[in-house]
Design a protein. Structure first.
Length: 461
């Protein structure tokens, strides 16, 4: 019987004998980490929008970006000085304690700083637990296993998005938005337990010896930013900045539209249902669409759905004098569905022609510094705009302008991608076996290998 189950798992889910425990544990870890983020964001958005003036939301983008940069910097400083499982567990327990503290304070006061602090805390917590989860997953699975299993494990997180989102939608009115913070606390405690258990299954990796330190260029040093001399990576960086700004404006419009017609508990319920339904669609896109689009139509076609979805959703909302909540949610729905599925997988392919040591610096700067800075700048502009009494339609125009610039950069990126890929092949710098590509699904990698097997013209895909 056990052998039959193992054969079924290998045939259906590509889980080989001896991997079941690790896959189940890390999928459960992903589900609780993503679940804590979904619950936290739904609750904090509902509480903040119901109790603070709308213009203050723009300032939250600024403070959240600063918090994310600081947390990323602190984590990078200590990540290699402690055992991974212990660090993840302590971080999750610390976040759980802070979440419980916010819940306790909200029972006795509704001071301004409580809602603002909760907003920033949840954003920083979400960034930290997801980074820590994938870092530990890289320790638990070696490169070949990761290529085969990370899509399945990541699917656990997407499924959690659906389940916990719909649960919030159903029970927000029953328990109250504030009390759902305790669900987030419980999930973070489970993350701590699972992190410790996962670390015991990881390959032993001793702490680096102090006598032989490895010198790495700082992200913001001249050496750390030297990758910007490469036109290909400069365009990728600009795409990251422009997309972050556009997504921030769309998020702002979405939340203000919901806050205008719903009260606190209804807001939490609506956000939960919204993220749950979008999570279900995203799961379908991840399983059935991402690999097929990349394989059949190429990298440009796979990068276009997100900006086009934002443009169509924003345009539809602006076309009606009273668009209603459904129409106002279309742009945000496109962001939630496409950003973490087909768009992220395709953006990873843009880094393929880049040498590993340069790629690491580029991703650290773009994801850890440039994108949060772009969000903060967009927040500052939104704050000034709302203080001056601005309305929604000019924001839609801003989204459309950013999307036009975004699409133009994608077209340029495609050409630079081809040129850089050919150069990397000529210099033999290309390596598809590295850990940095382990999160891509097999269909994506198969498409890339197929392209590389033909003449240079086929690399356009």
């Amino acid at each position: 019987m056990a052998g039959r189950i193992e054969r079924a798992l290998e045939a259906g889910l590509r889980i080989r004998p001896g991997e079941q425990r690790r896959v189940a544990l890390m999928a459960l870890y992903a589900a609780n980490a993503i679940g804590a983020v979904v619950v936290g964001r739904s609750v904090r958005d509902a509480l903040y929008l119901s109790n603070r003036p709308a213009r203050g939301l723009a300032g939250m983008y600024i403070w959240s970006s600063i918090a994310i940069v600081l947390v990323s910097w602190l984590y990078a400083r200590i990540a290699d000085r402690m055992r991974r499982g212990l660090l993840n567990a302590l971080s999750a327990l610390g976040c759980a304690a802070l979440g419980a503290a916010f819940w306790a304070v909200l029972t006795v006061t509704d001071a301004v700083w409580v809602y603002a602090g909760l907003y920033v805390f949840v954003e920083a917590m979400g960034s930290l637990v997801v980074i820590q989860f994938w870092t530990l997953a890289n320790d638990v699975f070696h490169a070949r296993e990761a290529k085969r299993l990370f899509g399945l494990i990541g699917g656990g997180g997407t499924l959690a998005n659906v389940i916990f989102g719909l649960l919030i939608g159903r029970y927000a009115q029953v328990f109250g938005a504030q009390n759902l913070l305790l669900l987030m606390v419980a999930q973070l405690v489970l993350c701590a337990v699972l992190a410790q258990a996962g670390s015991r299954l990881a390959s032993p990796s001793p702490l680096p010896l102090r006598s032989r330190p490895v010198k790495k260029a700082r992200v913001l040093s001249r050496a750390g930013l030297s990758f910007l001399s490469q036109r290909h990576l400069t365009i990728v960086a600009l795409i990251g900045a422009v997309s972050a700004a556009a997504v921030t404006i769309v998020d702002f419009q979405f939340k203000l539209s919901a806050a205008a017609v719903l009260d606190e508990n209804d807001l939490a319920g609506y956000f939960g249902r919204f993220y749950g339904i979008c999570g279900g669609v995203a799961l379908a896109v991840q399983i059935w669409v991402t690999g097929r689009v990349l394989e059949r139509y190429g990298i440009l076609a796979s990068l276009l759905p997100l900006p086009l979805g934002l443009a169509l959703g924003s345009g539809a909302s602006a076309a009606f004098s009273a668009p209603g909540l459904f129409v106002s949610s279309l742009a945000k729905g496109s962001d939630t569905i496409f950003r973490y599925t087909i768009n992220d997988a395709s953006m990873q392919l843009l880094y393929v022609p880049v040498q590993p040591h340069v790629r690491g610096r580029a991703k650290a700067f773009i994801d850890g510094v440039l994108k949060p800075s772009s969000v903060a700048c967009a927040g500052a502009v939104l704050l000034l705009y709302k203080h001056s009494g601005g309305s929604g339609r000019p924001l839609t125009a801003a989204v459309l302008l950013l999307v036009a610039l975004w699409i133009g950069l994608l077209v340029r990126a495609r050409g630079e991608y081809v040129r850089s890929l050919v150069e990397s092949l000529e210099r033999r710098h290309l390596d598809l076996s590295g850990m940095q590509f382990s999160g891509l699904n097999e269909a994506t990698l198969r498409a890339l290998r197929t392209a590389l097997g033909g003449d240079p013209g086929t690399i356009l895909h």
